[in-house]
Design a protein around this ligand. Structure first.
Ligand code: NAD
Ligand code: ZN
Ligand code: ZN
Length: 342
C-alpha cells in the first residue's frame, strides 16, 4: 500500500474542495518532495476551482501556488544549491521548457510548455507537494514562514507588474484593488520610491493601503475614481496597476492614467471591459498584461522581503478552513492574505 497524505482536492468545478487523503508522490528527475509548513490562498485558486477561465485545469487537482516547506527527498538530477532540509516554495511558474523563444528571451512566464503550480501540477493545499528545483523559490534565511508565503505569487506578480508600469521614483502609481496582491503592491511601490494612490470599493481595504504607505485613497463606490485621481495628481497617474477582481476597474484605469502613462493588468476576472479608443489614442496610453514573474523577478521580490521592506498582512488558517476562505474571497472580506499553516 502506498503512503497517503491529506490535501484539499478539486474533484469537480464548483464552490468547494474536498479535504481527503491522496497518494504521496515520488520526486522525479529535477524534482523535490516538499513537506509544507504554510501556503497562501490566492484568488487565482478560486478561479481555478470554479473553472471560470477559458483554459481550465484537468480534474482532479490540488490548488495552491504560494506554498513554503522543507525538502524531504530529491529525485535524480543536479539540484544546484537545494538539498534535503532546504526551505523552498512552489510558484505559479512551476516549470518551463527552457528552450522556446519565450524562455530564451527572458519571458519564461509565457512559455507555451510551462506547467502551472496548483493548476496543471498539484499544488500546496496539502501536507506534501512536488517542486521542480530549477524553478522553485528559495526561501530566504530567517523568513517568517507565514508572512513570506504571499510573496511567492502576490509579491512577485505585483513587483513585476510595477516594473512593467515604468513608473519612476517620485512619480504617481495607482494600485487599483487592495486585496492579497494590491496590499503588497502598495508596499513594493513605496519601497521603489513611487507615490502611491490606492483605489478599492471597501473602506477597510483603503485603511490597509494607508497603513502600508499609500498617500491618497479613493473609494470607487463613492466617487468617480478617474476624476479623483486626475484632480489629486494634476492630470493623472504615470502608472496604474490593476489587481482588482471586477471588470469595472479595468475601464476606470484608462481615466486615471496621465498622458503617456502605462497601465498594467494583473487582475484576471473572466470577461471584458469597454475601452474608449479616443482616450487611449489622445492620451498616448500603453496598456499591457503581466503574468506573475520570472525566476529573476522572484529572486528580486524575495530580496526586497529579506531586506525588511515588505510585510504582508497575513491571517493564519487551517487546511480544513479552505472552503471558508474561498467564501471570504468571493465576498471580498479577506484582510490582506489568508495562509494555511500545516
Ligand atoms: P483578492 O480577492 O485578495 O483581492 C481583490 C481586491 O479587488 C479586493 O480588495 C476587492 O475589494 C477589490 N475590488 C473588487 N472590485 C473592485 C473594483 N471595482 N475596483 C477596485 N477594487 C475592486 O484577490 P487577489 O488574490 O489579490 O487576486 C486579484 C486578481 O489577480 C485575481 O483575479 C487573480 O486571479 C489575479 N492574479 C493574477 C496574477 C497574474 O500573474 N497576473 C497573479 C496572481 C493573481
Ligand atoms: Zn496566485
Ligand atoms: Zn519555453
Amino acid at each position: 500500500m502506498s503512503e497517503k497524505f491529506t490535501a484539499a482536492v478539486a474533484e469537480e468545478f464548483g464552490p468547494t474542495l474536498n479535504v481527503t487523503d491522496i497518494d504521496l508522490p515520488q520526486p522525479g528527475r529535477n524534482q523535490a518532495l516538499v513537506k509544507l509548513h504554510t501556503s497562501g490562498v490566492c484568488h487565482t485558486d478560486l478561479h481555478a476551482v470554479e473553472g471560470d477561465w477559458p483554459v481550465k485545469p484537468g480534474l482532479p487537482f490540488v490548488p495552491g501556488h504560494e506554498g513554503v516547506g522543507e525538502v524531504v527527498a530529491l529525485g535524480e538530477g543536479d539540484h544546484a544549491d537545494i538539498e534535503v532540509g532546504s526551505m523552498v516554495g512552489n510558484v505559479w511558474l512551476w516549470s518551463a521548457c527552457g528552450t522556446c523563444e519565450y524562455c530564451r528571451t527572458g519571458r519564461e512566464t509565457y512559455c507555451p510548455n510551462a506547467e502551472y503550480g496548483g493548476y496543471t501540477v498539484d499544488g500546496s493545499f496539502g501536507q506534501y507537494m512536488l517542486v521542480d528545483t530549477r524553478y522553485c523559490a528559495r526561501i530566504p534565511d530567517g523568513a517568517d514562514l507565514l508572512e513570506v508565503a504571499p510573496i511567492l505569487c502576490a509579491g512577485v506578480t505585483v513587483y513585476k507588474g510595477l516594473k512593467e508600469t515604468e513608473t519612476r521614483p517620485g512619480q504617481f502609481v495607482v494600485i487599483s484593488g487592495v486585496g492579497g496582491l494590491g496590499h503588497i503592491a502598495v508596499q513594493y511601490a513605496v519601497a521603489m520610491g513611487m507615490r502611491v494612490i490606492a483605489v478599492d470599493i471597501a473602506e477597510d481595504k483603503l485603511a490597509l493601503a494607508k497603513k502600508h504607505g499609500a498617500e491618497y485613497t479613493v473609494n470607487a463606490r463613492e466617487v468617480d475614481p478617474g476624476q479623483a485621481v486626475v484632480e489629486y495628481t494634476g492630470g493623472g497617474s504615470h502608472g496604474v496597476l490593476v489587481t482588482a477582481v471586477h471588470e469595472a476597474a479595468f475601464g476606470q484605469a484608462i481615466h486615471m492614467a496621465r498622458k503617456g502613462g502605462t497601465i498594467v493588468f494583473n487582475g484576471l476576472p473572466p470577461g471584458d471591459f469597454p475601452a474608449p479608443i479616443f482616450d487611449i489614442v489622445f492620451k498616448g496610453l500603453t496598456i499591457r498584461g503581466s503574468l506573475v514573474g520570472t525566476r529573476q523577478d522572484l529572486a528580486e521580490a524575495l530580496d526586497f522581503y529579506a531586506r525588511g521592506h515588505i510585510h504582508p498582512t497575513v491571517t493564519e488558517c487551517a487546511l480544513e478552513d479552505v472552503n471558508e476562505v474561498f467564501e471570504k474571497l468571493r465576498q471580498g472580506t479577506v484582510d490582506g492574505r489568508m495562509a494555511i499553516r500545516y
